[in-house]
Design a protein around this ligand. Sequence first.
Ligand code: IYR
Length: 253
Amino acid sequence: AAKKKFAPTGAGRERDYPNDEDDPDVLVPAIPEDTPHIPYESFKRSDEEVLKRSREYYELMAKRRTVRRFSTEPIPQEVLDNIVKTAGTSPSGAHTEPWTFVVVQDQETKTAIRNIVEEEEELNYSKRMSRQWVTDLKPFATKPTKPYLTDAPALILVFRQTHSWRQDGRKKMHYYSEISVAIAAGILLAAIQYCGLVALTSTPLNCNSRLRDLLSRPGNERLELLFPVGRPHSEATVPDIQRKPLEEIMVRV
Ligand code: IYR
């Protein structure tokens, strides 16, 4: 058998695909090779406009905060559709779009999610997380009990597809799926901020299989992030913390 070539996936356990050198179909790309290339429609903007927009967008994004108390006020379905569509504009390895966004508004399902997350979080805080980790979280006043999971009008659960299947049933490789989903999640957060809503970025530890089963997601999907989305509670507070200045995060060469 031919030697396995390196396929960038990020996670070792996903590296061994059957698409090896012995398979003649390995030479058929997932997207047709004769896909035409068309002129790129660009925005024509002056330096002044670009500068103004860069400032304005920075100022908007600088106001983004993780909020842990939500108002129960519902959000229109089209808003949720639009922010998920925006996240779906993210670049991805070989345009594989390796994401599924599960948007939960049903109260019973939110309660079921909350029960699973709280049960696991009890164990996380008491047993799984190190003493240092629990200590480092003190300023954020996080707790195993999570009322925001039932208060927020919507929960967006971001699943990463480790691979998928082509029309002909062959396995479709998803390259760089972790970073592709991470970029999409960043774009989702930016869209939420831009439209004037708030979110809480969470990565439910040890909840993957239980939430995947609850939401009937297939085995090729892994839960990466859970975002409660909505409006802040009128008494919501945030820790008074600062961001690193430009000089600390940027190196000019
Ligand atoms: N997932 C836990 C703990 C937690 C961990 C980190 I790192 C945070 O930045 C915030 C919380 C929780 O949601 O409480």
